[in-house]
Design a protein around this ligand. Structure first.
Ligand code: C5P
Length: 247
């Protein structure tokens, strides 16, 4: 069943307020299997976040319809599927994703250069075939931020593999982003594992506050539970705005 449109869930969408540059450095992780909840968050926070992240849970539950609904709301979409398979399979799947009009797609850097290159080719072929206005980027996931520690040599090898394969960027924890930017300043850095000062880290091993991650060079930070599961989301949004205001 296709995901309901925003209008079906909450009535007509009135004029968007203008996008700001700062918004394009903030992504909200819509981690739920319920499109009604996801679209409620998306609508509530669309003046704060420029990107919406659709992950495995939401995409498996709702399929591409949720991507179209988020784009209608004015979001750039980050599809976090963390693909890892043989190159041919990844290329074909990435080509399908290219047709959805997403801006970012993740694949595991551990899949190696041929697989990463296949993802890059597939995604751009799919976008071109669909006449998409966006130029989507493949981001290579170096290590998960839930991993307690990162082997630096393996991290650099994965980063170099991403660059060699023509990926547009990578995903890493705030702790590695300065090193990564120094080595590959041309690549886009996406940083999850964001927590406000003094908050629970949940299953995230290597966390940073929004301002620290942005100051270290993250082009985009991804924030999920700190906002969506906050005891008072309005307070969380105010804290985020205060931290992000300088960037
Ligand atoms: O709720 P929280 O802010 O921890 O969510 C972080 C989001 O970033 C999740 O959707 C998770 O899948 C994603 N992510 C991550 N680590 C990576 C890549 C993506 O935590 N390396």
């Amino acid at each position: 069943m296709p995901a309901p449109t925003v209008e079906e869930v909450e009535g007509p969408v009135y004029g968007m307020t203008g996008r700001t540059r700062g918004m394009d450095r903030l992504a909200i992780a819509l981690d739920t299997d319920d499109s009604v909840e996801a679209l409620r968050w998306a609508r509530d926070y669309r003046d704060v976040f420029g990107f919406a992240k659709v992950g495995l849970e939401l995409f498996t539950s709702e399929g591409p319809g949720i991507i179209y609904a988020l784009r209608e709301l004015g979001y750039k979409v980050f599809l976090d599927l963390k693909m890892h398979d043989i190159p041919n399979t990844v290329k074909r799947a990435a080509r399908v994703v290219g047709g959805y009009g997403v801006d970012l797609l993740t694949v595991h850097a551990a899949g190696g250069v041929p697989m990463l290159r296949a993802a890059v080719e597939g995604l751009s072929e799919g976008a071109a075939a669909a006449g998409s206005a966006t130029e989507p980027r493949v981001l290579a996931v170096t290590f998960l931020t839930s991993d307690p520690a990162v082997d630096q040599i393996a991290f650099i090898a994965r980063l170099d593999a991403a660059a060699e394969a023509g990926c547009g960027g990578y995903v890493c924890a705030a702790a590695e982003v300065e090193m990564a930017k120094e080595r590959h300043p041309e690549l886009f850095a996406l940083v999850p594992g964001i927590r406000f000062k003094g908050a629970e880290v949940d299953d995230q091993g290597r966390v940073a506050t929004p301002s620290v991650a942005l100051a270290k060079g993250a082009d985009l930070i991804v924030i999920g539970r700190s906002v969506t599961r906050a005891a008072d989301p309005a307070v969380a949004i105010a804290m985020l705005k205060a931290e992000a205001a300088a960037f």
